[in-house]
Design a protein around this ligand. Sequence first.
Ligand code: COA
Length: 312
Amino acid sequence: MKGIKFYSISSYIPDKVVTNDDMSRIVDTNDEWIRTRTGIERRHFASDCTNVSMAVRAAEKALSQSGIDPEKLCCVVVASFTSEIHSPSVACLVQRELGLPDHVMAFDINAACSGFIYGLGIVRGLLMQNEDCYALLVGSEKLSNFTNFEDRSTCVLFGDGAGAAVLGLDERAFYSEYGAHGDDSLIYCGVGLKDTPMEPLRMNGGEVFKFAVEHIEYVINKLLEKSGLTIDDIDHVVCHQANKRIISNIARKMKSAEKFFVDIEEFGNTSSASIPIALDDMNRRGMLKRGDKIICVGFGGGLTWGGVLTEW
Ligand code: COA
């Protein structure tokens, strides 16, 4: 079994802080409602940069912190569904901006909020074809590009940001679990075409909540079953940060509240960027030690879900 080693983890958080009180000046909402229903206190909006430039900044930091020679990269993969452009891909623009060599494969994946976790599985497969190389994996989302600022039930939830990691293979433990259930009724976000206006993000919050709780629990149990471990053996569980109540619900069921990391209060839901942002946040707080067993679980539009059990 070949595992994945994180050679670095980094994030780029845009400067513009938007508090719940700021949101209450845009739609009919208030700090108390948002805080108690979601755990969110503020989010960051990328007013002066694009999805691509956030991806570039996170990737640049990850690469320089990793100490890996860019010549040794075999791929740059960006998980995103909120870019301003369809082609070239965000990954190709990251490649250009960082001056990465031409032998690097560059492409985007769209698995919405499961994107970074899907990316870990894809990148691992690519690395297994060439064990001497490394991968740059980015999750970057400018949700504010696609948010409906007239819909209070969704616009208060999201934030912008990017996270990135340089990854390579090694012998540490790695287990994964993936799935999807094609559906456009619970979460939908349509791009604008020549004669059709953009359809901003819409969501059936209550049903997505149920879907999330059910699938996070399912994925964690599958990973524990595959690895032969119990939740007591796990040091940290890092779920996609969509709603603090979703995470608390699972943590309560698993009787392990202290293992479930939460930083949604600062960033809101940043979709595919939320897990690498959380890992970077934990790393900077000194919470991660080499060898720690971590479960990461993503879920979201598609509907998609996925999880990995890995060692830091
Ligand atoms: N401020 C104030 N009131 C709001 C509001 C807001 N921002 N948004 C909705 N409300 C109101 C509703 O209009 C409703 O009022 P009504 O009872 O008069 O009709 C009431 O609050 C309750 O709405 P409801 O949708 O039942 O709230 P909820 O407790 O389900 O919370 C979400 C809504 C969106 C926070 C919650 O469903 C959720 O987080 N779902 C999961 C979303 C998610 O994870 N998405 C990402 C997937 S990757």
